[in-house]
Design a protein around this ligand. Structure first.
Ligand code: NAD
Ligand code: DAU
Length: 332
Protein backbone atom coordinates (compact mmCIF):
# COMPACT_ATOMS: atom_id res chain seq x y z
CA UNK A 1 0.00 0.00 0.00
CA UNK A 2 1.08 3.59 -0.58
CA UNK A 3 -0.11 5.63 2.40
CA UNK A 4 -0.24 9.41 2.72
CA UNK A 5 0.31 10.19 6.41
CA UNK A 6 -0.85 13.72 7.23
CA UNK A 7 0.70 15.03 10.47
CA UNK A 8 3.29 12.25 10.33
CA UNK A 9 6.04 14.37 11.95
CA UNK A 10 4.17 14.62 15.26
CA UNK A 11 4.24 12.41 18.34
CA UNK A 12 1.76 9.68 17.32
CA UNK A 13 2.02 10.16 13.55
CA UNK A 14 5.77 9.49 13.56
CA UNK A 15 5.25 6.34 15.64
CA UNK A 16 2.70 5.16 13.07
CA UNK A 17 5.08 5.99 10.19
CA UNK A 18 7.78 3.78 11.75
CA UNK A 19 5.24 0.96 12.05
CA UNK A 20 4.00 1.42 8.47
CA UNK A 21 7.57 1.27 7.12
CA UNK A 22 8.24 -1.92 9.13
CA UNK A 23 5.03 -3.36 7.60
CA UNK A 24 6.40 -2.69 4.11
CA UNK A 25 4.15 0.21 3.06
CA UNK A 26 5.34 3.08 0.92
CA UNK A 27 4.84 6.26 2.97
CA UNK A 28 4.48 9.92 2.02
CA UNK A 29 4.40 12.27 5.01
CA UNK A 30 2.60 15.60 4.57
CA UNK A 31 3.17 17.90 7.53
CA UNK A 32 3.06 21.63 8.13
CA UNK A 33 5.78 21.38 10.81
CA UNK A 34 4.09 23.47 13.45
CA UNK A 35 5.88 23.91 16.80
CA UNK A 36 4.90 20.26 17.51
CA UNK A 37 5.95 18.78 14.17
CA UNK A 38 9.59 17.74 14.06
CA UNK A 39 11.65 16.22 11.25
CA UNK A 40 13.89 14.53 13.84
CA UNK A 41 10.87 12.41 14.86
CA UNK A 42 11.32 10.69 11.50
CA UNK A 43 15.10 10.33 11.73
CA UNK A 44 15.13 6.49 11.71
CA UNK A 45 12.97 6.29 8.58
CA UNK A 46 14.18 9.42 6.77
CA UNK A 47 15.57 7.43 3.82
CA UNK A 48 12.46 5.28 3.48
CA UNK A 49 9.84 8.03 3.22
CA UNK A 50 8.92 10.94 1.01
CA UNK A 51 8.41 14.15 3.03
CA UNK A 52 6.34 17.14 1.91
CA UNK A 53 6.14 20.26 4.08
CA UNK A 54 2.64 21.66 3.62
CA UNK A 55 -0.64 22.26 5.42
CA UNK A 56 -3.60 19.95 4.86
CA UNK A 57 -5.64 23.07 4.01
CA UNK A 58 -3.42 23.55 0.92
CA UNK A 59 -5.75 21.88 -1.60
CA UNK A 60 -3.41 22.02 -4.60
CA UNK A 61 -0.50 20.38 -2.76
CA UNK A 62 -2.78 17.80 -1.14
CA UNK A 63 -4.15 16.75 -4.55
CA UNK A 64 -0.67 16.54 -6.04
CA UNK A 65 0.72 14.48 -3.17
CA UNK A 66 -2.34 12.26 -2.72
CA UNK A 67 -2.52 11.23 -6.38
CA UNK A 68 -1.52 7.56 -6.62
CA UNK A 69 -1.96 6.84 -2.91
CA UNK A 70 -4.12 3.93 -1.75
CA UNK A 71 -4.97 5.47 1.62
CA UNK A 72 -4.79 8.67 3.64
CA UNK A 73 -4.30 8.53 7.41
CA UNK A 74 -4.91 11.93 9.00
CA UNK A 75 -3.06 12.73 12.24
CA UNK A 76 -2.65 16.43 11.41
CA UNK A 77 -3.95 18.49 14.30
CA UNK A 78 -3.42 21.19 16.83
CA UNK A 79 -3.42 18.74 19.70
CA UNK A 80 -3.22 20.73 22.93
CA UNK A 81 -6.39 21.60 24.87
CA UNK A 82 -4.78 24.48 26.80
CA UNK A 83 -3.63 26.21 23.60
CA UNK A 84 -7.17 25.88 22.17
CA UNK A 85 -8.53 27.71 25.21
CA UNK A 86 -6.08 30.56 24.61
CA UNK A 87 -6.71 30.76 20.82
CA UNK A 88 -9.01 28.48 18.84
CA UNK A 89 -8.25 29.77 15.36
CA UNK A 90 -5.73 27.21 14.08
CA UNK A 91 -7.81 24.42 15.62
CA UNK A 92 -10.87 25.20 13.49
CA UNK A 93 -8.73 25.67 10.36
CA UNK A 94 -6.84 22.41 10.65
CA UNK A 95 -9.56 20.15 12.07
CA UNK A 96 -12.46 21.38 9.94
CA UNK A 97 -11.15 23.09 6.78
CA UNK A 98 -8.11 20.81 6.54
CA UNK A 99 -10.09 17.61 7.07
CA UNK A 100 -12.53 18.81 4.39
CA UNK A 101 -9.68 19.30 1.90
CA UNK A 102 -8.41 15.76 2.52
CA UNK A 103 -11.93 14.35 2.10
CA UNK A 104 -12.35 16.21 -1.20
CA UNK A 105 -9.09 14.65 -2.40
CA UNK A 106 -10.33 11.17 -1.40
CA UNK A 107 -13.50 11.67 -3.42
CA UNK A 108 -11.96 13.31 -6.48
CA UNK A 109 -8.94 11.00 -6.72
CA UNK A 110 -10.97 7.88 -5.78
CA UNK A 111 -8.59 7.00 -2.96
CA UNK A 112 -9.54 3.57 -1.62
CA UNK A 113 -9.58 4.41 2.09
CA UNK A 114 -9.42 7.34 4.53
CA UNK A 115 -8.69 7.09 8.24
CA UNK A 116 -9.41 9.99 10.58
CA UNK A 117 -7.42 9.90 13.82
CA UNK A 118 -9.66 11.21 16.57
CA UNK A 119 -9.96 11.40 20.31
CA UNK A 120 -12.04 10.27 23.29
CA UNK A 121 -12.48 13.97 24.13
CA UNK A 122 -15.23 14.27 21.50
CA UNK A 123 -17.57 12.41 23.89
CA UNK A 124 -16.93 14.80 26.79
CA UNK A 125 -16.67 13.68 30.40
CA UNK A 126 -18.20 10.52 31.93
CA UNK A 127 -18.76 9.90 35.68
CA UNK A 128 -18.99 6.11 35.61
CA UNK A 129 -18.77 3.42 32.94
CA UNK A 130 -17.28 3.94 29.48
CA UNK A 131 -18.21 5.60 26.21
CA UNK A 132 -19.06 3.36 23.26
CA UNK A 133 -18.90 4.45 19.63
CA UNK A 134 -22.68 5.11 19.86
CA UNK A 135 -22.33 7.63 22.71
CA UNK A 136 -23.38 11.18 21.79
CA UNK A 137 -20.68 13.75 21.04
CA UNK A 138 -20.46 16.37 23.77
CA UNK A 139 -17.08 18.10 23.50
CA UNK A 140 -16.00 20.63 26.15
CA UNK A 141 -13.01 22.50 24.70
CA UNK A 142 -12.39 24.26 21.38
CA UNK A 143 -9.88 21.45 20.70
CA UNK A 144 -12.42 18.68 21.14
CA UNK A 145 -15.30 20.63 19.53
CA UNK A 146 -13.29 21.11 16.33
CA UNK A 147 -12.12 17.46 16.42
CA UNK A 148 -15.80 16.44 16.71
CA UNK A 149 -16.61 18.69 13.74
CA UNK A 150 -13.91 16.91 11.73
CA UNK A 151 -15.41 13.53 12.66
CA UNK A 152 -18.89 14.70 11.64
CA UNK A 153 -17.52 15.88 8.31
CA UNK A 154 -16.03 12.42 7.72
CA UNK A 155 -19.43 10.79 8.45
CA UNK A 156 -21.16 13.26 6.12
CA UNK A 157 -18.76 12.39 3.27
CA UNK A 158 -19.39 8.67 3.81
CA UNK A 159 -23.16 9.16 3.62
CA UNK A 160 -23.30 11.84 0.93
CA UNK A 161 -20.45 10.89 -1.36
CA UNK A 162 -20.06 7.18 -0.57
CA UNK A 163 -16.34 7.39 0.23
CA UNK A 164 -14.72 4.59 2.28
CA UNK A 165 -13.66 6.21 5.55
CA UNK A 166 -13.10 5.03 9.12
CA UNK A 167 -12.49 6.88 12.38
CA UNK A 168 -10.30 5.73 15.27
CA UNK A 169 -10.73 7.56 18.61
CA UNK A 170 -7.88 7.13 21.07
CA UNK A 171 -7.55 7.88 24.77
CA UNK A 172 -4.62 9.79 26.32
CA UNK A 173 -1.35 8.68 24.70
CA UNK A 174 2.07 8.74 26.34
CA UNK A 175 5.53 7.58 25.22
CA UNK A 176 8.66 8.89 23.53
CA UNK A 177 8.73 12.11 21.45
CA UNK A 178 5.65 13.74 23.01
CA UNK A 179 5.95 17.53 23.05
CA UNK A 180 6.49 18.61 26.67
CA UNK A 181 3.37 20.76 26.86
CA UNK A 182 1.41 17.56 27.72
CA UNK A 183 1.17 16.32 31.30
CA UNK A 184 3.44 13.25 31.14
CA UNK A 185 6.52 14.74 29.41
CA UNK A 186 6.06 18.07 31.20
CA UNK A 187 6.06 16.34 34.58
CA UNK A 188 9.08 14.21 33.61
CA UNK A 189 11.22 17.11 32.38
CA UNK A 190 10.27 19.38 35.29
CA UNK A 191 10.95 16.64 37.83
CA UNK A 192 14.32 15.80 36.23
CA UNK A 193 15.24 19.52 36.36
CA UNK A 194 14.01 19.91 39.95
CA UNK A 195 11.30 22.38 38.84
CA UNK A 196 7.74 22.60 40.19
CA UNK A 197 5.32 20.11 38.60
CA UNK A 198 1.96 21.87 38.08
CA UNK A 199 -1.24 19.90 38.71
CA UNK A 200 -4.52 21.54 37.72
CA UNK A 201 -7.26 21.94 40.33
CA UNK A 202 -7.62 19.09 42.83
CA UNK A 203 -5.72 16.65 40.58
CA UNK A 204 -8.49 14.03 40.89
CA UNK A 205 -9.31 14.08 37.14
CA UNK A 206 -9.09 10.63 35.57
CA UNK A 207 -7.45 9.80 32.25
CA UNK A 208 -7.22 6.48 30.45
CA UNK A 209 -3.54 6.01 29.48
CA UNK A 210 -2.57 4.36 26.19
CA UNK A 211 1.02 3.66 25.18
CA UNK A 212 1.69 5.34 21.84
CA UNK A 213 2.85 2.14 20.12
CA UNK A 214 -0.46 0.51 21.04
CA UNK A 215 -2.38 3.38 19.47
CA UNK A 216 -0.26 3.17 16.30
CA UNK A 217 -1.13 -0.55 16.11
CA UNK A 218 -4.82 0.24 16.61
CA UNK A 219 -4.69 2.63 13.66
CA UNK A 220 -2.97 0.02 11.52
CA UNK A 221 -5.67 -2.56 12.37
CA UNK A 222 -8.54 -0.14 11.70
CA UNK A 223 -6.98 0.95 8.41
CA UNK A 224 -6.67 -2.63 7.20
CA UNK A 225 -9.74 -4.25 8.72
CA UNK A 226 -12.21 -1.60 9.87
CA UNK A 227 -15.73 -1.72 8.43
CA UNK A 228 -16.25 1.14 5.94
CA UNK A 229 -17.98 4.05 7.65
CA UNK A 230 -17.41 2.69 11.17
CA UNK A 231 -15.92 4.34 14.27
CA UNK A 232 -13.52 2.44 16.54
CA UNK A 233 -12.55 3.42 20.09
CA UNK A 234 -9.02 2.61 21.27
CA UNK A 235 -8.75 2.97 25.04
CA UNK A 236 -5.71 2.35 27.20
CA UNK A 237 -5.52 -0.45 29.77
CA UNK A 238 -5.09 1.77 32.86
CA UNK A 239 -6.98 4.63 34.42
CA UNK A 240 -5.22 7.00 36.78
CA UNK A 241 -5.99 10.18 38.65
CA UNK A 242 -3.64 12.97 37.57
CA UNK A 243 -2.19 13.44 41.03
CA UNK A 244 -1.39 9.72 41.38
CA UNK A 245 0.19 9.63 37.94
CA UNK A 246 2.34 12.66 38.72
CA UNK A 247 3.44 11.12 42.03
CA UNK A 248 4.60 8.01 40.13
CA UNK A 249 6.47 10.13 37.60
CA UNK A 250 8.20 12.23 40.26
CA UNK A 251 9.30 9.06 42.05
CA UNK A 252 10.59 7.47 38.82
CA UNK A 253 12.61 10.65 38.24
CA UNK A 254 14.16 10.33 41.69
CA UNK A 255 12.61 13.62 42.85
CA UNK A 256 10.53 14.43 45.92
CA UNK A 257 6.76 14.99 46.08
CA UNK A 258 7.35 18.52 47.38
CA UNK A 259 7.88 19.50 43.71
CA UNK A 260 4.18 18.86 43.00
CA UNK A 261 2.24 22.13 43.04
CA UNK A 262 -1.53 22.43 42.71
CA UNK A 263 -2.37 25.38 40.45
CA UNK A 264 -5.48 27.09 39.07
CA UNK A 265 -7.68 24.65 37.16
CA UNK A 266 -8.14 24.42 33.39
CA UNK A 267 -11.48 26.08 32.41
CA UNK A 268 -14.08 23.50 31.30
CA UNK A 269 -11.80 20.72 32.57
CA UNK A 270 -13.30 17.27 31.82
CA UNK A 271 -13.36 15.14 34.96
CA UNK A 272 -13.01 11.66 33.54
CA UNK A 273 -12.55 9.94 30.18
CA UNK A 274 -13.15 6.26 29.62
CA UNK A 275 -13.55 4.27 26.42
CA UNK A 276 -15.01 0.85 25.70
CA UNK A 277 -12.84 -0.71 22.97
CA UNK A 278 -14.91 -3.88 22.46
CA UNK A 279 -15.47 -3.20 18.76
CA UNK A 280 -11.73 -2.88 18.11
CA UNK A 281 -10.96 -5.94 20.27
CA UNK A 282 -13.22 -7.93 17.92
CA UNK A 283 -10.69 -7.11 15.18
CA UNK A 284 -7.98 -8.67 17.36
CA UNK A 285 -6.46 -5.49 18.88
CA UNK A 286 -5.35 -5.39 22.52
CA UNK A 287 -3.21 -2.75 24.20
CA UNK A 288 0.05 -4.57 25.02
CA UNK A 289 1.73 -2.11 27.40
CA UNK A 290 0.51 -1.40 30.92
CA UNK A 291 1.30 1.91 32.59
CA UNK A 292 3.56 0.04 35.05
CA UNK A 293 5.90 -0.79 32.13
CA UNK A 294 5.26 2.11 29.76
CA UNK A 295 5.81 4.88 32.29
CA UNK A 296 9.35 3.84 33.40
CA UNK A 297 10.21 3.24 29.74
CA UNK A 298 9.02 6.75 28.89
CA UNK A 299 10.96 8.32 31.77
CA UNK A 300 14.11 6.48 30.59
CA UNK A 301 13.61 7.74 27.04
CA UNK A 302 13.48 11.37 28.21
CA UNK A 303 16.49 10.83 30.49
CA UNK A 304 18.49 9.48 27.53
CA UNK A 305 17.38 11.86 24.79
CA UNK A 306 18.18 15.38 25.85
CA UNK A 307 19.27 16.04 22.23
CA UNK A 308 15.54 15.79 21.39
CA UNK A 309 14.00 17.93 24.13
CA UNK A 310 16.86 20.31 24.95
CA UNK A 311 16.24 22.59 21.93
CA UNK A 312 12.48 22.54 22.61
CA UNK A 313 12.85 23.67 26.21
CA UNK A 314 14.99 26.61 25.17
CA UNK A 315 12.84 27.77 22.21
CA UNK A 316 9.17 28.80 21.65
CA UNK A 317 8.28 26.53 24.53
CA UNK A 318 9.79 28.90 27.10
CA UNK A 319 7.40 31.68 26.08
CA UNK A 320 4.47 29.27 26.04
CA UNK A 321 5.44 27.96 29.47
CA UNK A 322 5.62 31.43 30.96
CA UNK A 323 2.21 32.37 29.46
CA UNK A 324 0.58 29.16 30.65
CA UNK A 325 2.22 28.65 34.04
CA UNK A 326 4.03 31.82 35.10
CA UNK A 327 1.12 33.45 36.95
CA UNK A 328 -0.39 30.09 37.97
CA UNK A 329 2.83 28.98 39.68
CA UNK A 330 3.11 32.36 41.38
CA UNK A 331 -0.35 31.74 42.89
CA UNK A 332 -2.42 33.60 40.23
P1 NAD B 1 1.17 16.42 17.76
O1 NAD B 1 0.79 17.81 18.13
O2 NAD B 1 2.37 15.81 18.37
O3 NAD B 1 1.35 16.32 16.17
C1 NAD B 1 0.50 16.93 15.26
C2 NAD B 1 1.21 16.98 13.92
O4 NAD B 1 0.31 17.58 12.96
C3 NAD B 1 2.48 17.82 13.91
O5 NAD B 1 3.49 17.15 13.20
C4 NAD B 1 2.07 19.11 13.20
O6 NAD B 1 3.14 19.75 12.54
C5 NAD B 1 1.03 18.58 12.22
N1 NAD B 1 0.07 19.59 11.80
C6 NAD B 1 -0.63 20.46 12.58
N2 NAD B 1 -1.45 21.22 11.81
C7 NAD B 1 -1.26 20.82 10.53
C8 NAD B 1 -1.82 21.22 9.30
N3 NAD B 1 -2.74 22.17 9.24
N4 NAD B 1 -1.41 20.59 8.18
C9 NAD B 1 -0.46 19.62 8.23
N5 NAD B 1 0.11 19.21 9.38
C10 NAD B 1 -0.29 19.80 10.52
O7 NAD B 1 -0.14 15.57 18.03
P2 NAD B 1 -0.31 14.05 18.46
O8 NAD B 1 -0.41 13.99 19.92
O9 NAD B 1 0.67 13.22 17.74
O10 NAD B 1 -1.78 13.79 17.89
C11 NAD B 1 -1.95 13.25 16.57
C12 NAD B 1 -3.44 13.00 16.34
O11 NAD B 1 -3.93 12.09 17.33
C13 NAD B 1 -4.31 14.25 16.47
O12 NAD B 1 -5.31 14.19 15.48
C14 NAD B 1 -4.93 14.14 17.86
O13 NAD B 1 -6.18 14.78 17.90
C15 NAD B 1 -5.07 12.63 17.98
N6 NAD B 1 -5.04 12.08 19.35
C16 NAD B 1 -4.04 12.43 20.21
C17 NAD B 1 -4.00 11.84 21.48
C18 NAD B 1 -2.91 12.18 22.46
O14 NAD B 1 -3.02 11.78 23.62
N7 NAD B 1 -1.85 12.87 22.08
C19 NAD B 1 -4.99 10.93 21.84
C20 NAD B 1 -6.01 10.61 20.94
C21 NAD B 1 -6.01 11.19 19.67
O1 DAU C 1 -7.80 12.14 25.72
C1 DAU C 1 -7.11 12.28 24.52
C2 DAU C 1 -6.46 13.63 24.48
O2 DAU C 1 -5.40 13.58 25.43
C3 DAU C 1 -5.93 14.03 23.11
O3 DAU C 1 -7.01 14.14 22.23
C4 DAU C 1 -5.17 15.35 23.20
O4 DAU C 1 -4.57 15.63 21.95
C5 DAU C 1 -4.08 15.22 24.25
O5 DAU C 1 -3.43 16.46 24.42
C6 DAU C 1 -4.66 14.77 25.57
O6 DAU C 1 -5.52 15.80 26.14
P1 DAU C 1 -5.52 16.11 27.71
O7 DAU C 1 -6.03 17.47 27.92
O8 DAU C 1 -6.16 15.00 28.46
O9 DAU C 1 -3.93 15.98 27.97
P2 DAU C 1 -2.93 16.89 28.83
O10 DAU C 1 -1.62 16.17 28.85
O11 DAU C 1 -2.97 18.31 28.42
O12 DAU C 1 -3.59 16.78 30.28
C7 DAU C 1 -3.79 15.53 30.92
C8 DAU C 1 -4.47 15.81 32.25
O13 DAU C 1 -3.55 16.48 33.10
C9 DAU C 1 -5.67 16.74 32.14
O14 DAU C 1 -6.63 16.35 33.12
C10 DAU C 1 -5.10 18.12 32.49
C11 DAU C 1 -4.01 17.78 33.48
N1 DAU C 1 -2.83 18.66 33.47
C12 DAU C 1 -2.23 18.93 32.29
C13 DAU C 1 -1.11 19.73 32.23
C14 DAU C 1 -0.45 20.05 30.92
C15 DAU C 1 -2.31 19.14 34.69
O15 DAU C 1 -2.85 18.85 35.76
N2 DAU C 1 -1.20 19.92 34.62
C16 DAU C 1 -0.59 20.27 33.46
O16 DAU C 1 0.42 21.01 33.50
Amino acid sequence: MKVLVAGGAGFIGSCYVRLAIRAGHAVVVLDKLTYAGRRENLREVEDAIEFVEAAIEDAATVREVAAGCDAIVNFAAESHVDRSIADQDAFARTHVIGTGVLLDAVRELRIARYLQVSTDEVYGSIGEGSFTEESPLSPSSPYSATKAAGDLLVGAHVRTHGIDAVICRGSNNYGSRQYPEKLVPLAILNALAGDAVPVYGDGRQVRNWLYVEDFARAIDVVLREGRPGAVYNAGGPDEAENLDLVRRIVELCGAGESLIERVRDRPGHDRRYSLSSDRLRELGWEPATRLADGLPRTVSWYRENEWWWGPIRSGEYREYYERQYGRRLRGG
